[in-house]
Write a protein of this length. Structure first.
Length: 408
């Protein structure tokens, strides 16, 4: 690659690159904040290998396994043979807020992803269940295994990236085989020409560069599904192979739906110091919940959780593409005026008036099942650095305004 991946994949110049090969990066806080729909040129990136070279005119993917009629489909087939559906969904990287875990206890060989490793887009494509119906899914199919065209070496073997979802999720109307992102063909760096979109699930289930969708009685046995994307207990360490055995007592937990989470994006950095005491300070961020459960409340505290006040949830704007598509049949919509898109984040803000001194500002969210968040990263720390949904926090210092100079 002659130039940086930021240039190659048309990201903004200020895009934060954590790794060049494989390319891992995210936008700055300033770029992300307040954007309900994340622009393609700032949307976070997480790939596991070199981006595969794909012959777009001749591209096709297969549907196989426990089906009555195996299929081989092109992008044009998706566009002309099946109704198009739009879904607004937030893609969440499993390593979101990993930097907080690193600060608590180092994570060797892990990229310290920040608070911006999540993004919301309008994805357009065909509901996976329509394709499974066309192929004639058999009753023996209990899992849908998706394989990408990306190839890499793991455990001395050359493998494709692969993951799977239960058949029940695959048949949910929001799960798409997508070919557009925010109204344009999906960029190569985001999995184009065709990728899986699994709203409410972590991004590692959204398999990119689809090569094959296979229906199976059992889940994927691929390294990434069985070994990598697991939530390990805090006592586990790299190299202890028995922790990769799901039958082991207190072993790793499969990561599918992401948990309720809340992030403070502003103020940050230099803007957290020497703020004027007894003057309004606006705190802003976003909140997410997996499984299509809406965020119903966000609390904020200026004294490390000793007392709380409610934050304002900003109503999600209507997205024209979704509202006007007659095939959506309400996908991505709820009756609630606060959360019309249940698989997308909400933005929030709160205003604090703080006396002179140091303040530990924390925030927490609740979803519609009243799931909330643990108070400290030590409760969720794991050696892979995944699934950090501890209270989000920022330290602020406020100072008294200098007295006016007396006029002589």
């Amino acid at each position: 690659m002659d130039k940086s991946p930021i240039k190659t994949y048309k990201k903004v110049d200020t895009f934060l690159s954590h790794s060049v090969q494989p390319f891992i990066g995210e936008p700055t806080r300033k770029e992300l904040i307040g954007q309900f729909i994340t622009s393609n040129n700032i949307h976070f990136v997480r790939v596991h290998s070199e981006v595969p070279e794909i012959d777009i005119p001749n591209y096709r993917f297969r549907i196989s396994g426990e089906v009555q009629k195996p299929l081989e489909l092109t992008v044009n087939d998706l566009k002309t043979r099946f109704p198009r559906v739009d879904v607004v969904a937030t893609c969440v990287e499993a390593g979101l807020r990993k930097h907080d875990l690193v600060a608590f206890n180092p994570l060797p060989n892990e990229h310290p992803q920040l608070d911006q490793a999540a993004g919301t887009a309008v994805y357009s494509g065909v509901p996976l269940r329509d394709l499974l119906r066309e192929a004639g899914a058999r009753g023996t199919a209990r899992h849908v295994i998706s394989t990408g065209l990306d190839v890499l070496v793991r455990k001395r073997e050359l493998i494709n990236y692969e993951n799977s979802i239960p058949i029940e999720k695959a048949q949910s109307p929001e799960v798409l085989v997508a070919y557009e992102m925010n109204g344009v063909p999906i960029d190569q760096i985001h999995g184009g020409p065709v990728r899986l979109v699994v709203p409410g699930y972590f991004g590692h289930r959204w398999v990119m560069w689809l090569k094959e969708i296979k229906l199976s009685p059992v889940p994927s046995q691929n390294y990434f599904h069985t070994d990598v994307y697991r939530f390990f207990p805090p006592t586990a360490r790299a190299g202890r192979e028995h922790w990769a055995d799901p039958t082991h007592v207190n072993g790793p937990v499969e990561m599918a739906e992401y948990p309720v989470n809340c992030v403070i994006l502003a103020p940050h950095g230099a803007k957290t110091n020497n703020l004027p005491a007894n003057s309004p300070v606006v705190i802003r961020g976003y909140a997410i919940a997996g499984g299509g459960r809406p965020i119903v409340r966000i609390d904020i505290s200026s004294n490390d959780g000793k007392s709380w006040q409610p934050a304002k949830i900003i109503p999600q704007p209507l997205v024209k593409e979704v509202e006007e598509n007659p095939n959506n049949a309400g996908i991505g919509r709820l009756a609630s005026k606060i959360t019309p898109y249940p698989f997308a984040w909400v933005w929030w803000e709160a205003t604090l008036t703080l006396p002179e001194g140091s303040h530990e500002v924390v925030a927490r969210a609740y979803d519609s099942a009243l799931n909330s968040q643990p108070h400290h990263v030590e409760l969720v720390w794991n050696y892979r650095g995944y699934n950090n949904n501890a209270w989000t926090r920022v330290s602020l210092t406020t100072v008294k305004a200098p007295a006016p100079t007396a006029k002589l």
